[in-house]
Design a binder for this molecule. Structure first.
Ligand code: B12
Ligand code: SF4
Length: 517
């Protein structure tokens, strides 16, 4: 079967496409787990952000796919609907399959007949998609394949739940990067790729989609397989690799073993990025951080979430962000930041401001922490993604004020607090963050001078969108610039020049409930 897999072009404020264009790890994994006789092409549309329609038209004409699969996050739902409509207009009989976080956690949003979706793959997709394509190929019924919602005429059928895969026994084959048909992946000028070393997490932070997606569990790929995967990415040109594990820091001994294996395999000249929790890094940092540095780690995305205890309790992120000390538990953010930075690692500070009880001073305290202690701010607002406990709480308290999903990108405040309007929360973050980002430019320059010389002005222009000469000389205030920035951001969200097949209000109609098969 000829298959085209697409990831969406929508990017967000902290990873502007000028500097960061990463491959979607899911699609290469899906391709690698199909039976080998299929002809698969992967197109990450972030690589064609300014020409999405033309690129899809070209790929459809060249590849003539019989099945198109889309990987979609919630804020990309509108873009995905337009792309599906475009694809259907080009090839009406094509099969459309959607997967990823949004279709998995909000499947009802994908069942309206006018949307043109044939199958929704829920949760982990590698094995489900293989079985689905086999069934299409052999003209077998889909009812026996776990993990699906599928359309038959007007009815939607729902199959049995699929358990997550066991990675240690080889359930999941390596990704197939050769299927990628677009070029231009980058992490600030270095060719970028993604590698998984584990899947899952045993924590249950209230804002995170991972638990609803796959339950609380943690599965590890064998380290030898990870090293082969890194070597494959490197052989294809990657010089910067993001380990996209949900939570690699759940098993620090294994993480240390991985660092040693990277060094032993001579793959430590690659720049690695990883995300982790503060508590284990604070506790084990004195040995872990220098080892990570030796293994080539450069950036650590730290899930600090919030520096205030009450907010951490709301986010259900206290356990992973505090440690026991004489006199009680203390926040581990500062200790984690300090130990990483002391050993030459750069900290991307993940913080969430605008929680239900936040006042101006709580937001300000977090922004001040970021200003003083992190290298690159990754500050977001609580965003009510489908199925998370946090969403239920915001809804119950009547604090969700914006239902335009394309704005659920993390840096647009779509919820209010009891004390602050969303615009005010977002304004505070936006105003503080721009200057923190500027401060990081010299570190980027030292590492990648050519990239900064070529693109520094574009990066600054992106960070300061909305600024004019009038605002620079003080004839306009920050509020005017912020308003203009938001208008620009709105226009940027129109990635596909094709109408939405089902304008938003139509989604409110009650759809028939899926039938369990
Ligand atoms: C790596 C990552 C990123 C990277 C993206 C790299 C890339 N190009 O993929 C970066 C840092 C850039 C990023 C940014 C953002 N991310 Co992010 N990210 C992740 C993370 C950590 C891992 C995703 C991953 O690669 N997993 C490995 C792959 C193999 O697994 P997978 O994606 O789940 O795919 C499997 C299934 O979903 C399914 N599947 C997926 N697609 C498809 C398609 C088809 C056709 C089929 C059949 C199946 C299928 O099968 C796959 C294989 O089993 C997750 C989860 C987490 N713990 O935080 C969040 C997560 C996906 N991100 C999220 C969000 C919201 C964002 C941001 C909007 C803001 C933010 N929180 O940072 C931005 C926007 C991104 C952008 N496009 O600009 C949310 C999505 C929530 C939602 N409901 O949409 C998650 C779940 C985190 C959370 N907050 O809960 N992210
Ligand atoms: S520790 Fe990280 S991956 Fe685990 S639930 Fe919390 S935010 Fe999600």
């Amino acid at each position: 079967m000829r298959i085209l897999l697409l990831s969406m072009p929508d990017s967000f404020e902290h990873t502007p496409a000028i500097a960061v264009r990463m491959p979607n790890g899911a699609l290469a994994s899906l391709a690698g787990n199909l039976d080998p006789h299929h002809q698969v092409a992967i197109a990450d549309l972030v690589l064609a952000q300014s020409s999405v329609r033309k690129t899809v038209e070209r790929l459809m004409a060249q590849l003539q796919p019989e099945l198109v699969g889309l990987s979609v996050m919630t804020f990309q739902r509108g873009t995905a609907r337009r792309i599906i409509a475009l694809v259907r207009s080009l090839k009406p009989d094509v099969r459309i399959v959607v997967g990823g976080y949004d279709p998995s956690l909000a499947p009802d949003a994908w069942t309206a007949p006018g949307l043109g979706v044939d199958v929704i793959v829920r949760g982990e997709g590698d094995v489900t998609f293989r079985e689905l394509v086999r069934a299409f190929d052999d003209r077998q019924p889909l009812a026996a394949i776990a993990g699906l919602w599928f359309r038959e005429g007007d009815a939607i059928h729902k199959t049995a739940h699929r358990d997550v895969a066991r990675l240690d026994r080889g359930d999941i084959r390596p990704p197939q990067r050769a299927a990628r048909v677009l070029a231009g992946y980058t992490m600030m000028g270095r060719r970028a790729d993604v590698v998984e070393t584990s899947r899952g997490c045993t924590f249950d932070c209230s804002f995170c989609s991972i638990i609803e997606m796959r339950g609380r569990n943690f599965h590890r790929f064998p380290i030898a397989r990870v090293i082969e995967d890194i070597a494959d990415a490197h052989a294809r040109g990657a010089r910067s690799i993001f380990l996209v594990d949900d939570n690699i820091t759940l098993d620090i001994e294994r993480f240390e073993a991985l660092c040693h294996a990277i060094i032993d395999a001579g793959l430590h000249h690659i720049d690695y990025l990883v995300q982790g929790m503060t508590a284990p890094i604070a506790a084990r940092g004195e040995t872990l951080a220098p080892l990570m540095r030796r293994a080539g780690f450069r950036y650590v995305f730290l899930g600090i979430e919030n520096v205030l205890e009450d907010d951490l309790v709301f986010l259900k992120a206290r356990a992973k962000n505090s440690r026991q000390r004489a006199g009680g538990r203390i926040n581990s953010a500062l200790a984690a930041v300090n130990v990483l930075r002391r050993h030459g690692l750069l900290v991307v500070g993940g913080l969430i401001v605008g929680n239900p009880d936040d006042r101006r001073d709580s937001v300000a305290a977090n922004l001040e922490f970021a200003r003083q202690h992190v290298d690159w701010p990754y500050i977001q607002h609580p965003t009510p993604y489908p199925g998370t406990p946090m969403t239920r709480e915001f809804e119950a308290r009547g604090l969700v004020v914006n239902s335009r999903l394309e704005e659920y990108d993390g840096t647009t405040a779509v919820t209010r607090s009891q004390h602050l309007d969303p615009e005010e929360i977002e304004f505070m973050r936006w105003k503080a963050e721009r200057w923190m980002k500027v401060r990081h430019l010299p570190a980027v320059f030292r590492h990648d001078p050519v990239f900064v010389l070529r693109n520094g002005h574009r990066m600054l222009a992106h960070t300061f969108r909305g600024t004019t000469w009038r605002s620079v000389v003080g004839l306009e205030g920050d509020r005017d610039v912020f308003r203009r920035y938001r208008n620009i951001r709105d226009r940027e969200r129109a990635y596909v020049d094709w109408p939405d097949p089902l304008p938003q209000p139509a989604l409110d109609v009650t759809l028939p409930a899926p039938v369990q098969v």
